[in-house]
Design a protein around this ligand. Structure first.
Ligand code: ATP
Ligand code: MG
Length: 458
């Protein structure tokens, strides 16, 4: 298509990098020294079937999907930034102009798709050498690259974490110098990179880099507040910053669920504001799970993470993360196990995965002992669930039935009776059966001075 139109075209950026790294990738970027939108339309129509092209005229880009591939086209351009504006001046340029506006040398590689030079690698900034050495480095003066688009600082850390690369010392120093400029970047773009760090194989690497660069303090101060281990009267407590990172690394091999990993990030986030030193107990963090769960919405809002059921799931895991520990004792009652099953519902397995990752003692024997205890808890959970089916359980008598029985309107009394029924069943004092629960309901109502509409024997 390019030859037909008489314009040069190259494949560029992440796809080329990942080709050399033998990582699969699903998005391919093409750059043409010409009109990217026109080329996209020509290429899309050359395939069988209908491939609708999305055009982003403001950016001069266009893309379409081909099976599970995303093909993106852009006209080569040069960008110049001005200190007083976040938006660059954009004009068309050469391939090399386009390579210069890219964030890192390893992301500026291009391969020719033109007939006379098909397959030729164009690597003006020694990107291949950096790929081989595992180095993240900007093609131009890093102070300019980062000041032009501060998100690139997050991207540097993200690539270092994802690929196991090192950030070149000059690039790294420039990040520290420019970290304050991350403030001008939107929460959405920041959390997109943060999520990729959290999903990397060893997320602590990325968090430590963000911290060292001074970025973490700006984008996620609540996390930095976990740092430190104060000592009073010779009594210290563990440093919850490093503890949390260890938990995150420990959970990574067991789940690719971003939100479960977020629960690991946030499980102790309520510790700094609840920390107290009590002379008779030492350091305490009473209620940190409740406080932590309450902090989740504010953190999600600040990072523009979704304020939906994903957030509720994270809150739930944070608030329940101490409960399984309570079930590790030998003589734990069925009712305690039932209660946890009821409260955690379908998320019980994820909760156990979180708790197992939360064991970070240096003492290997202790870790083994705790893990064995949790295996026992899992077994108890399985037994009780098999017997009582409480995961997605609803008490046998609903609010409507209660209202009908006493001629009530929705209100506090209905809730009180409903809770009493549920608690009695969870405690094992009442059978999980409609008839039994119905008479229990009548008794509870009468205790509250309510009169049933129908005669009991009717
Ligand atoms: P991945 O797809 O794994 O997130 P990627 O490098 O392909 O990694 P994309 O966001 O898909 O990242 O961007 C494609 C290419 O566009 C990059 O390889 C890089 O050349 C360029 N690029 C993306 N974002 C920026 C940016 N903020 N500054 C400069 N160049 C960028
Ligand atoms: Mg990409």
């Amino acid at each position: 298509m390019a030859a037909e139109t008489g314009v040069p075209v190259y494949v560029i950026g992440g796809y080329v990098r990942d080709l050399f790294l033998k990582r699969g990738s699903k998005d391919i970027d093409f750059v043409t020294v010409g009109d990217g939108i026109l080329l996209a339309e020509k290429v899309a129509s050359s395939f069988q079937g209908h491939h609708p092209v999305s055009v982003f005229r403001n950016f001069g880009t266009a893309m379409f999907h081909l099976d599970d591939l995303q093909l993106e086209f852009v006209g080569a351009r040069r960008e110049s930034y001005h200190p007083d504006s976040r938006k660059p001046d954009v004009s068309s340029g050469t391939l090399e102009d386009d390579q210069k506006r890219r964030d890192f040398t390893i992301n500026a590689l291009a391969i020719s798709l033109n007939r006379d030079s098909y397959g030729e690698l164009l690597d003006p900034f020694e990107g291949i050498e950096d790929l081989e050495k595992g180095i993240i480095r900007t093609p131009l003066d890093p102070d300019i690259t980062f000041s032009d688009d501060p998100l690139r600082m997050m991207r540097a850390v993200r690539f270092a974490a994802q690929l196991g690369f090192t950030i070149h010392p000059e690039t790294s120093r420039a990040i520290s110098r420019n970290s304050g400029r991350i403030k001008i970047i939107s929460g959405e773009r920041i959390s997109e990179e943060l999520n990729k760090i959290i999903l990397s194989e060893k997320p602590s690497v990325g968090f430590k880099l963000l911290d060292k660069a001074g970025l973490l303090e700006i984008i996620f101060p609540q996390f930095v507040a976990l740092k430190g281990a104060a000592t009073v009267d010779g009594k210290g407590h563990k440093d919850n910053f490093y503890h949390t990172l260890e938990v995150l690394d420990r959970i990574a091999p067991n789940t690719g669920n971003l939100w479960l990993r977020w629960a690991a990030v946030l499980h102790d986030i309520g510790k700094p504001p609840t920390r107290r030193f009590l002379p008779d107990q030492g350091w305490t963090f009473h209620g940190h799970e409740v406080k932590g769960a309450r902090m989740v919405p504010q953190i999600f809002r600040q990072l523009r993470l979704p304020l939906n059921e994903k957030m509720k799931y994270v809150q739930k895991l944070v608030s329940l993360h101490l409960r399984p520990i309570g079930l590790t004792e030998e003589e734990v009652t069925d009712s305690a196990v039932r209660r946890l099953l009821f409260d955690a519902g379908d998320d019980i397995d994820d909760l156990m995965t979180l708790c197992e990752a939360d064991i970070t003692s240096k003492n290997k024997e202790k870790v083994q002992r705790f893990l064995a205890n949790f295996a026992m808890v899992r077994e108890k959970l399985r037994e009780i669930e098999e017997k009582d089916r409480l995961r997605n359980w609803q008490p046998p008598v609903s609010g409507e039935v209660i209202m009908e029985a006493f001629g009530l309107n929705p209100g506090k009394e209905v809730g009180v009776i409903k809770t009493a029924i549920r608690e009695a069943i969870l405690d094992g004092k009442l059978e999980n059966d409609f008839g039994k629960a119905y008479s229990f309901m009548l008794d509870e109502g009468k205790k509250m001075g309510l009169i049933p509409l129908k005669k009991e024997d009717s």
